[in-house]
Write a protein that binds this ligand. Sequence first.
Ligand code: ZN
Length: 468
Amino acid sequence: MNTPSFRAPAPAGRLTLDGCTVVTMDAAGTEHRSGHVVIEGSRITAVGAGPAPEAAGRDGAARVVDARGCVVTPGLVNCHHHLYQWVTRGLAVDDTLFGWLTTLYPVWAGLDEDIVRSAATAGLGWLARTGCTTSMDHHYVFPEAGGDLLAAEVDAARRVGLRFLPTRGSMDLGRSQGGLPPDHVVEDLDTILTASAEAVDRYHDPSPDSMLRIGLAPCSPFSVTGELLKQAALLARDKGVRLHTHLAETLDEQDYCREHFGCSPVEYVESLGWLGDDVWLAHGIHLDDRAIGTLGATGTGVAHCPSSNARLGAGICRSRELRDAGVPVGLGVDGAASNESASLLEEARHALLFARAAGGPQALSTRDALRMATIDGARALGWDDQIGSLEPGKLADLAVWRVDTLPHVDIADPVAGLVLGSPPPLELLLVGGRSVVERDRLVTLEEEAVARDAADASRRLLDRAAGH
Ligand code: ZN
């Protein structure tokens, strides 16, 4: 492949990728060992086997990229994250979820908008470098003097160039009321609902080409009140936006729900109007057959976060059973403070390995793992009409992976190379036809400056927590 062909494309022009393996992730699972993808402006106009037709991609106006030696997939879709955590990686590394949270809440109490902007820029930049084109974010810590944290992460996504679904998270159940977080990091119900409504009114763009959609995301059963969950669901449905929360992550949470509500986590949120095809839940590990059936029957999605779940020793999501029940199961890196890698392709690998370790060799196929990282993730986010597969008419969000170098060159199945092998070099990442990564480098921002900013932000936050 020659270098100039991977310069940033003009979004208004036509771009043809030729000679590559194309893994479409469409409903039929269509793959072309040597094929093409044609992009006009922000959308895909043709996908097929062999070279692109002259009329589609090879006339004088077209920019044709020789993509031999590469695999093209839909851009990966990240269904669960806490971007601010980028600047608190490597803390409480041998603790349980509740122990880890208790250590980190006081540190996060020092967040401000500059720190969140730096953390989100680094986190989104790294997601882009590892093949992700759309990410959600779940931000739920809003210190009183922190400034406009949602605006800061929206700004970060615009600068990096990723499609973004930040959720206005929240906590209103402090320790004095029986919750896990200290009182000084929670907000009151009215403040949360007002800020949530404002976030939707200010940012939510439901249009087909949208780069920015908003969701509402009270944090978890042990950090928010039932009243907040109820009111947030009413507000989200009134505004036409999606709902997200952590659920069934640990046995501690299960015990907490039994003790405080007399039921399982799924029964608890069901009683508050929290199941439906406009809801997706992070983790969904400790689910019995009945709970899985309920999620399937209601169309509720799950964001499976295998690396974070393993890092915190929380357990292994029953992804096979969830998929069999018709649950849209996407993948999430979870916050970088409980998954220091924060790379989505690695989640596909871990989803497959953990599913097979727990459920045998047929528990999850390589294609299923890649589907979870792409089209099924898009379903979980309610965005599968526009993204998640390579099909004419869909947005041109795609990843071009190089598989002709030492780690992958002789592998018989390039999808196995992606899912089971080392993460390959990322030759090109397009979001709506715009180039975000070329040859393993961000092209929208200067990586060294992003890294420096994140390091400075981390130092400020940890100094603040230490009382300096
Ligand atoms: Zn999380």
